[in-house]
Ligand binder design. Structure first.
Ligand code: NAD
Length: 328
């Protein structure tokens, strides 16, 4: 299969491209190295892609380009069977600081891609959405029909993206599916995320810092589970036009997360609290029943297991990854 992964130099897109290559698919990655966080991680990801492609004898090309560039997008979408759209300006706080940029990339970039996919008759577009579309919880865990009242510009762009995808399916018969990811973590994760920060501080014997009282809860999803859901969807038309939650179906407080990291690395270290940051959702928790029923999705790890694997990876890659976390 010829697969285009937008944002494929990034964290999740990088893992997706790696897995598709290992399966022997022909993969094109489009990424513009958006300077949201250290480019070093993305360069590392591309070198992993080249290694995996060589081992699997799979065709791989990287195109440095922007999803907002109509001509580039038309050209590469025309060569794809399936488009897996991960490119976005991620980050809730960044979207509060810079709402025009996040709208530009996440909404206009997505429309470019859908338009090109419609013209090229691609088989399916799989889009990365987010738990941020829900906003304030009326009931937890979130089921897909829970009201959507995003509390950040980022959440609004992801919800708009979902509606655009649905409209392209309804108006033009373009098969699309949107996956609402819940806080994804794992190797090569963005360095400014809570888990990488907690690990980095505890590895160095420094107290982990929590913003707020630590009672915010999150559903943390191991990146391999996100990859599995996308892999299933390459071949399945069971959910065209749908949105699916992709989470761990468990939620823990940030304090418990910090304790889980601390207990594995530096038992006894005290946790420090600083003032809360704006526009962060208070609680997220996914119901994955729909994804289970429709595509057989099942989360594979507990948070303690996932954190343990991430710590192992962190220690093996500490030399190049840690300075990036420290600088974030
Ligand atoms: P990421 O920032 O690591 O990856 C996004 C990639 O897109 C980056 O490599 C960036 O350079 C690229 N990009 C940004 N703007 C672009 C543009 N205009 N043209 C081409 N490439 C561009 O983020 P991630 O964590 O891997 O997230 C991937 C997707 O999943 C995003 O759509 C994000 O909104 C969504 N998501 C992520 C999480 C999470 O916890 N990581 C949760 C929910 C949803």
């Amino acid at each position: 299969m010829r697969i285009l992964v937008t944002g494929g130099a990034g964290f999740i897109g990088g893992h997706l491209a790696e897995s598709f290559l290992a399966d022997g698919h022909e993969v094109t990655v489009l990424d513009n190295f958006e300077p949201f966080y250290a480019e070093g991680i993305k360069r590392h990801t591309l070198s992993v892609h080249r290694e995996v492609a060589e081992e699997a004898d799979a065709e791989y090309r990287f195109i440095e380009g922007d999803v907002r560039d109509v001509e580039t997008v038309q050209k590469i979408v025309a060569d794809a069977d399936v488009v897996v759209h991960q490119a976005a300006q991620a980050g809730v706080r960044e979207s509060v600081k810079n709402p025009r940029k996040v709208t530009d990339i996440n909404v206009d970039g997505t429309v470019n891609l859908l338009e090109a996919a419609k013209e090229a008759n691609v088989k399916r577009v799989i889009l990365a959405s987010s738990s941020s579309v829900y906003g304030k919880p009326h009931s937890l865990p979130y089921e897909e029909d829970h009201p959507t009242e995003p509390v950040s510009p980022y959440g609004v762009t992801k919800l708009t993206q979902e509606h655009m995808a649905r409209v392209y399916t309804e108006l033009h018969g373009l098969p699309t599916v949107c996956l609402r990811y819940f806080t994804v973590y794992g190797p090569r994760m963005r360095p400014n995320m809570a888990i990488s920060n907690f690990v980095s501080r505890c590895v160095n014997g420094e107290q982990p810092v929590i913003y707020g009282d630590g009672q915010q809860t999150r559903d943390f999803t191991y990146v391999d589970d996100v990859v599995d859901a996308n892999r299933t969807l390459l071949e399945s038309d069971a959910v065209d036009g749908e949105v699916l939650n992709i989470g761990s179906s468990d939620n823990i407080s940030i304090q418990m997360l910090a304790e889980t990291v601390r207990d594995q690395l530096a038992p006894g270290l005290e946790i420090v609290y600083e003032s809360a940051r704006e526009a962060d959702a208070e609680h997220t928790h996914a119901s994955v029943q729909k994804a289970g029923e429709l595509i057989g999705y099942e989360p594979s790890r507990t948070i303690a297991e996932g954190v343990g694997e991430f710590i192992e990876w962190y220690q093996a890659n500490r030399e190049w990854y840690e300075p990036l976390v420290r600088a974030s």
